[in-house]
Each structure stands twice: as C-alpha cells, then as structure tokens.
Design a protein around this ligand. Structure first.
Ligand SMILES: Cc1ncc(COP(=O)(O)O)c(C=O)c1O
Length: 398
C-alpha cells in the first residue's frame, strides 16, 4: 500500500483483484475462501450476477439525480424494506455510521418534542456504532474513544444483556429518551443476548416512552437467518432500525427506518445526504433483496447454521476454555487468550477470518456458502485454533 493512503487501518499484505461467490483471488491468481464477506457486506458473495447486472444496467440509465427530486427507485426500496420489517418509513444514507447518526438525531428531536432540553440516550458496554463523533461516543469501547475527547454529551452506558441495569439507568435518568443497542454485538465479540432480552427492552421502552433503536448494520439483511435479527424475538419491533453493510452487497448504502413514536419528528431541512438513496444504490439494494428472496437464503442460513455449529462443536470439543457462539451466519469462537495472530495464520492457509475483541475469532461467511465450502471453513479454522492453543503455555490458557 502506498504511503499516500492515510494509515487508519492495519492492513494485511494481500490485495485482491477478483471475486466470485465465496472466493477472492489475489494478484497471483491464488484463491482464498472468504469467511468474512468484507465484514458482513458481501452477503451474496462477490459479484453476484443478479446484483452486478442490476448495477451495470442502472449505471447506463441513471446513477444520481438529487433528493430535491422524486426518486422512484428509492420509494420502491423504502416500500420493500418497510414491508419486510414492519417499520413505517425509511431514510437513506451511505454507511452504518450515518444510519446511526440519523437515529441519534431522531432521539434528540424526540426529546426536544417532549420538552427535554438535554436528552440522554442509553447505550451498551461492548457496543460498536461507527467512527463519527456521535457514533464513536455511543460505541462502548474505550479504544475507539481514545484521542478524540471531548466526546459528545448525552450518552450513558449500561452493561449489555442486563435488563435490571437498564431498568435502573432508566429510573436514574429522567432525561432518557432512547435505548440504542445491537441485537447481537458483532464487533464486541459475537455476543448473543438471552432470548428474552430484546422483548424485555421493548417492554421497558414502551412503558417508559423511550425509543428503542436497534443497530442492525451488521445483523440485518438476512445475516442471522431472519431479514432482521429482532424478528427472532416475539415482540421486539423497534421504533428506529439502522441498516447498511449487506443492504448493497458492496454498493455503499445505509438506511434508517422508523415506526411508532419516531415518525413525524424529522421535517424538511432537518436531515439529508447528497448521495443517500440515489438510483444506483437503490437498484443494487433491490437486487440484493430480490436475490435473497428468490434463493430462499434465510432458510439456507438457518439450515447451514445447524451444520456449522455441530461441526465446530465436534471439532473444538476438547479445546479447554473455548466458547462458541452463533446466530445464523455470525460465528464467534472465544479463546481464553488474545489470538489476533490467527488472522495471518488463516491468511497463509488461504482463508479470510477476523479476530475481534482481542480473543474472539469471528466468521461472517457469505449467506450463499455451500455445505462443502462450510466444511472447508470449519476444518481449517478449527485446526488453526487447536494448533494455536497447543503452542500456548498451559498457565496462560487455564
Ligand atoms: C453494528 C455496527 N454499527 C455500525 C457500524 C459502522 O458502519 P460503517 O462502517 O458502515 O459506518 C458497524 C461496522 O462495523 C457495525 O458493525
């Protein structure tokens, strides 16, 4: 990588020139099994023909006009997303952080509409919401804050998956207007809360007239085996739902959906985005949704999850101190020690993985992954984990 690119990422020493399905090819033409999907973006794999075709076609018709005009493809996408989610309206932007910024602005507007001058949003330990000033403040990771203080006021933090802590915070903060959380914490280490947690948060938010704002930037668009992860719960329809990543399968697009008390707060002039919801991005997202539907990929994810979980549990059954977690096609293998070097070791074996929260191997394979490809992923990753643990001194693992 040239020095003219700002060094905001620690990059691996490989560049890909081509992708097809779950495979990426480097400059030498070597194939790599992609178990990360560009961090939950390429849910349909690389260059899915239906999506590539839609983008190529649209690029020859109309790419961008402006949000000062009607954008029929945007309306179509909004209708589709509201039908799939049960939400009422959508705002389009270009990334997860922007979708979350929209939610934060809605929460503040909601507070002001109730006469609360300094509204407070309750956020979670271990969360990740983005890199803009407000979303990094909302993020529950001190490493993300460091060097960027003063942070944005108006956020308080509670432990994740702890409904009593949330109840206490709500009682303690009369200025609280919203609760913002991920239905599964991805960057935080594939943390899956108790089955009843989201419903309990919903009930509390309804009782205390708080907006429930779900960050489904990583979990949305089929990643967990439902269109949206909240749909695994009984009764967790949020007031605000934030999406990005898999929505465009690589075409940058984010969305903030609203329902209930979140509707009718933003008015013309309150919010916007030059690129947000342009015809090109919306056409790509419509093709993504259509492809998930026509290929029954939600059912595929649910079925394959069982196979992958069983295979990992078998392969890692003897590994001391290892915890395995999953929801759909989000897999986390938590080791008892930091294991970031596994990323490079996997790369050497031509498999792309990620380690998050220092000691959690995270796999986010494309939703189209076949049984054979999944077996390959499980075999290589579990061998690497076992070999890594075997080289560690006993005391550090115990
Ligand atoms: C849950 C969640 N929210 C927000 C973001 C930020 O999205 P973006 O990088 O598109 O701004 C991410 C990115 O990893 C995420 O996982």
């Amino acid at each position: 990588m040239t020095e003219s690119v700002m060094p905001t990422y620690g990059r691996l020493d490989v560049a890909f020139t081509r992708g097809e399905g779950v495979w990426l090819y480097d400059e030498q033409g070597e194939a790599y099994l992609d178990a990360l999907s560009g961090i939950a973006v390429c849910n349909l794999g690389h260059c899915h023909p239906a999506v590539s075709r839609a983008i190529a076609e649209q690029a020859q018709i109309l790419m961008h006009t402006s949000n000062v005009y009607q954008v029929p493809l945007q309306s179509l996408l909004a209708t589709k997303l509201t039908e799939l989610s049960g939400m009422s309206q959508a705002f389009f932007c270009n990334s997860g952080a922007e979708a979350n910024e929209t939610a934060i602005k809605i929460a503040r507007k909601y507070g002001h509409s109730k006469g609360i001058d300094k509204p407070v949003i309750i956020v979670m330990d271990g969360s990740f919401h983005g890199r803009t000033m407000a979303t990094l403040t909302a993020t529950g990771n001190p490493k993300v804050h460091a060097g960027f203080e003063p942070l944005v006021p108006g956020f308080v933090r509670v432990p994740y998956n702890d409904i009593d802590a949330l109840r206490m915070a709500v009682s303690h903060w009369p200025e609280a207007v919203a609760v913002m959380l991920e239905p599964v914490q991805g960057e935080g280490g594939v943390k899956v809360p108790a089955a009843e947690y989201l419903d309990e948060v919903r009930t509390l938010c309804t009782q205390r007239k708080l907006l429930m704002m779900l960050d489904e930037v990583q979990t949305g668009i089929g990643r967990t085996g439902e269109w949206f992860a909240f749909q695994h719960a009984e009764n967790s329809l949020p007031d605000v739902l934030m999406l990005a990543k898999g929505l465009g399968n690589g075409m940058p697009i984010g969305a903030c959906l609203i329902s209930g008390a979140a509707v009718d707060l933003l008015e013309p002039g309150n919010h916007g985005s030059t690129f947000g919801g342009n015809p090109l991005a919306c056409r790509a997202a419509l093709a993504v949704i259509n492809t998930i539907e026509t290929n029954s990929l939600l059912a595929h994810v649910t079925l394959m999850n069982q196979q992958i979980v069983a295979a990992f549990e078998h392969a890692l059954s003897g590994a001391e101190g290892v915890q395995f977690r999953s929801k759909g096609f989000m897999f986390g293998i938590e080791l008892p020690i930091a294991c970031t070097e596994l990323v490079k070791q996997a790369l050497a074996k031509k498999v792309l993985i990620n380690v998050t929260a220092d000691k959690v191997v995270r796999l986010l394979p494309p939703l189209i992954m076949s049984a054979d490809e999944a077996n390959k992923m499980v075999n290589i990753v579990s061998e690497l984990v076992l070999a890594f643990l075997a080289t560690q001194p006993k005391a550090s693992v115990a």
